[in-house]
Design a protein around this ligand. Structure first.
Ligand SMILES: Cc1cc2nc3c(=O)[nH]c(=O)nc-3n(C[C@H](O)[C@H](O)[C@H](O)COP(=O)(O)OP(=O)(O)OC[C@H]3O[C@@H](n4cnc5c(N)ncnc54)[C@H](O)[C@@H]3O)c2cc1C
Length: 318
């Protein structure tokens, strides 16, 4: 392309600013991948539920076995949570773009402003699909392994989504690095806030860990050098964002059903456990005291109740 002559009217964007568009194409691809992976997860789930409601073993449809309900309840809560995160991030990006005039420059700026959320959706969507497609295949039993049934295709097609649009490892590096930049430039302040709800507590654990990592490693180069720490921080960010999105969505629903409340309760319990585990590992590594989040509930019963609700609907219909 050296010395290629381009007619003036054919120039796209500004000369010398192409890299801004190129980097933003990644953000664009990442949030869309999150949404498409979510959609695929719903197809895989519905196919498995449909099969489980037809297949009988020991005189019982397999959808009614506790072991199968454990899977369906978990999958529904996970799908609901990631769906909430997708709606939230895309809605926020849209509103941000609208507030700046919604032209091409505004759309680009909004995707850049929400780069962390784009990475969260990419990782959360692709890992949701990995889990759901795998468990869906398991529900098909031996038929799941055969190409004549839909499950094998979902598993095969799911695998690439953790690789392209920036591997999930690269996206996990992007997230804390971007946050550090925003904090250093004064765009974001990371404070430990008052509050006793699980989301605030998880944010406090994260803020403590992030600030400790900053103190420990100093500038961005030192920070970047420890990818083990970055992975823990990124996973805490994902768990908190997804759980918070589900909670916010529930709060905005006009006619929330018990299955919605149960799904949010399940996701919150599991996110708290995850954040505590990741924070505990960082506490040991960074030699810092990290506040522990807490949430109570009967996780096993929640999962079975969600499964009962979805068995009645016959598909994911949250
Ligand atoms: C079906 C398919 C379609 C594709 N479509 C497109 C497309 O349309 N457009 C396009 O541009 N590309 C496309 N790609 C390419 C895709 O984006 C790359 O394969 C992907 O970004 C990973 O790069 P790589 O294959 O060079 O792996 P590598 O960069 O060699 O990575 C190998 C492993 O090392 C890890 N790794 C690499 N660097 C680091 C690091 N700095 N820190 C920690 N871990 C690291 C990775 O996470 C991965 O686990 C496609 C790939 C496939 C398979």
């Amino acid at each position: 392309m050296e010395n290629a002559q381009i007619p003036r009217e054919n120039v796209l964007g500004q000369i010398g600013r192409g890299h801004v568009i190129a980097f933003n194409i990644l953000n664009n691809g990442r949030y869309k991948l999150g949404g498409t992976a979510l959609g695929s997860a719903k197809f895989a789930f519905d196919a498995a539920l449909d099969y489980a409601q037809q297949r009988k073993q020991f005189g019982t449809q397999i959808a009614d076995f506790g072991m199968i309900k454990r899977k369906t309840g978990q999958m529904v809560a996970d799908i609901f949570a990631v769906e909430s995160a997708v709606y939230r991030a895309v809605g926020d990006m849209d509103a941000d773009s609208q507030s700046q005039g919604n032209d091409a420059a505004a759309k680009l700026a909004s995707m850049q402003n929400f780069a962390m959320e784009c990475s969260i959706l990419k990782i959360a969507g692709s890992e949701l699909l990995a889990g759901v497609s795998d468990e869906s295949l398991q529900m098909f039993g031996g038929y799941g392994f055969l190409e004549e049934y839909p499950a094998a295709k979902y598993v095969r097609d799911a695998r690439i989504s953790r690789i392209y649009e920036g591997t999930n490892e690269i996206n996990r590096i992007v997230m804390p690095r971007t946050l550090l930049k925003k904090i250093s430039s004064g765009e974001i302040e990371l404070t430990v806030a008052d509050g006793d709800n699980p989301i605030t507590q998880m944010k406090n654990s994260f803020a403590t860990c992030f600030n400790a990592a900053r103190q420990h490693y100093g500038d961005s180069k030192g920070f970047d050098a420890n990818q083990e720490v970055m992975a823990n921080l990124a996973d805490m960010m994902i768990a908190i964002y997804v759980a918070e999105s589900a909670t916010l969505r529930l709060g905005q629903m006009d006619s929330a059903k018990q299955v919605h409340r149960d799904s949010v309760a399940l996701v919150t319990l599991q996110s708290v456990a995850r954040v505590n585990q990741l924070g505990g590992e960082l506490a040991d590594h960074l030699q810092v005291e990290v506040p522990v989040a807490s949430a109570t509930g009967d996780l096993l019963a929640l999962r079975q109740a969600i499964a009962d609700a979805v068995n009645e609907e016959g598909r994911y219909a949250l």
